[in-house]
Design a protein around this ligand. Structure first.
Ligand code: UDP
Length: 231
């Protein structure tokens, strides 16, 4: 079938007028696609982890674009108009945040922190403040407030979910979309878009293994899937 859009990690195929099929690839990129590679089996892991987390969040009252898993690497979702924002929630300092403020990776934050980036490859996803989001008309005030509230709720739910599986959720990125004026959680929630540290060893179990050439990338993704599916 003809694709609608191909991104760095996923391909979107049109289905009905209202739905899409998302195919998860094994290709991996980092640092605004300057680093490229392959993580065999990643597409299967990200599809199954995302599907499981979307179902879990839906069961706790979070509205998402997820409809059903259709194969190992594919899910069916509602078509949405993606807000051009990456919404990041942080529980501990890591990555670009730790670097920006000169704090040690792993420093716990006093309160969970919501940050926004403008989704733009040419600009390298710059940070954007809520006032600029409103001034540029990227989201309405009510939408932004809903995005923030939902992100905090998702953070609490996911943190519990992973804690029960021996994983420390450090930070993650969400994307939201609009369908019939309703805001839905969209995109994916996977080891590509979260930092997960093993509670016992402190080892990263996510895309940082690829970003930082730590080795054992495939194994870490498989281990996350195993723990997520443990129920
Ligand atoms: N993240 C993502 N996509 C991006 C940027 C970040 O999924 O384009 C995720 C990343 O995996 C981490 C969180 O968002 O879990 C915070 O990332 P950060 O801002 O520290 O950026 P990074 O250091 O990954 O560039």
């Amino acid at each position: 079938m003809e694709k609608l859009y191909e991104g760095k990690a996923k391909v979107l195929f049109p289905e009905g007028p209202d739905t899409l099929r998302v195919y998860f690839k094994d290709e991996a990129t980092a640092f605004n696609a300057q680093k490229r590679g392959l993580i065999p089996g990643k597409g299967v892991v990200n599809n199954k982890v995302s599907a499981t987390l979307f179902r879990y969040l839906e069961a706790h009252g979070v509205k998402t674009h997820f409809l059903e898993e259709v194969s190992d690497r594919e899910m069916r979702v509602w078509r949405v108009e993606i807000l051009p924002l990456e919404v990041i929630l942080r529980f501990k300092a890591a990555g670009s945040f730790a670097k920006r403020y000169g704090v040690k990776e792993g420093t716990p934050l006093k309160t969970p922190l919501v940050e926004f980036s403008l989704k733009s490859d040419p600009l390298g996803d710059p940070l954007i403040c809520p006032e600029a989001i409103l001034a540029l008309g990227l989201a309405a005030e009510e939408e932004l407030s809903q995005v923030r509230t939902t992100t905090l709720k998702v953070g609490e739910l996911l943190r519990d979910f992973f804690a029960q599986r021996g994983l420390d959720l450090v930070d993650f990125k969400l994307e939201f979309g609009k369908r019939n004026r309703e805001i839905l959680l969209a995109d994916e929630i996977s080891p590509d878009t979260m930092r997960l540290w093993d509670q016992k060893t402190g080892e990263p179990m996510d895309k940082d293994r690829f970003r930082k050439d730590l080795g054992g990338v495939e194994e870490a993704y498989q281990e996350v899937l195993r723990r997520v599916l443990r129920g």
